[in-house]
Design a protein around this ligand. Sequence first.
Ligand SMILES: O=C(O)CCC(=O)C(=O)O
Ligand SMILES: [Fe+2]
Length: 320
Amino acid sequence: MDSAKRPRTLDSFFSPPPTKKAKSSNQDSTQEANTPRSTHPTYPFAVPHLPSEITEILNFAPATEGRVINNKPDLDLLYYQPYIPKEISRDLFDFLRSELFFYRVKYSIKRGPVETQINTPRFTTVFGIDETAKFDDQGGVVDVTSGKPVSKDAYKCRPRPVPECLDLLRRLTENATGCKWNFVLVNYYASGDDSISYHSDDERFLGSLPAIASFTLGAQRDFLMKHKPTERNDESETKPMKLPLGSGDMVLMKGKTQSCWLHSIPKRKGGEVGKGRINITFRQAMVKGGTENYYRYNVGDGGVFKWDDAKREMVPWEKK
Ligand SMILES: O=C(O)CCC(=O)C(=O)O
Ligand SMILES: [Fe+2]
């Protein structure tokens, strides 16, 4: 690991917290206007960079050493409890919930003659582009080798660059784990009724042994894992393993985990679930089909949602 990339001065831990000066509303709006933001023609609105109070502490991640979990067939996990330092996980959760745009994606699947409408049971958003292309300084999509603009028809979607507030966490996690990622997927589970059913992230466009980092912020939710069905009928196929993912935790899933195991966040009642939970995953898509898949299922073609702090819920957002 390159320690030069992750300054680890202890000063910010021991210096007194920044004093909260009383601000006039005028000063507030000036500060708001001066906040650096990530923009792009595909973004419904600009996304502010993280405040320095958060970035300074984020440099201390991972807050704990990852625990290896590989005591079951084909399982290969590194579980950080937590990864994000405790003193910023609440603020990072509040920031991302308030500042990102989300979608509630609907799509239809056809199995033979029957077409079924699917309402994705959570809020989602996605950023990134596969290995064949990148964004130039103007935000244009260019071929990764020639640097020439990629035709609009090359993708059935409009790829979006990762905003700086998520890209910082992506870069820091790359440096700490030695992995490489070009996609950021974000889920928001507003309540215990929001969920993700058993699946594996084993699409061909991720390659054969993908490493996926999965972060939790906000409410604790159970993460269930079970082995895919085999002829061995191992106990791991019927008795799911439960990781109680709490705020700031990260699970690095690697090796044969995706090809052999399924995972889910089931619906839940009670506990913390009503506070809402954000999940962030970093992934590496190799080909254009991967980019199209991620935008189809995480942005889709419906409306934008944004957090309403007064109503304490996601509300449809419209350009004013
Ligand atoms: O929310 C989580 O922890 C899991 C999300 C997930 O499995 C996915 O987005 O593929
Ligand atoms: Fe998944």
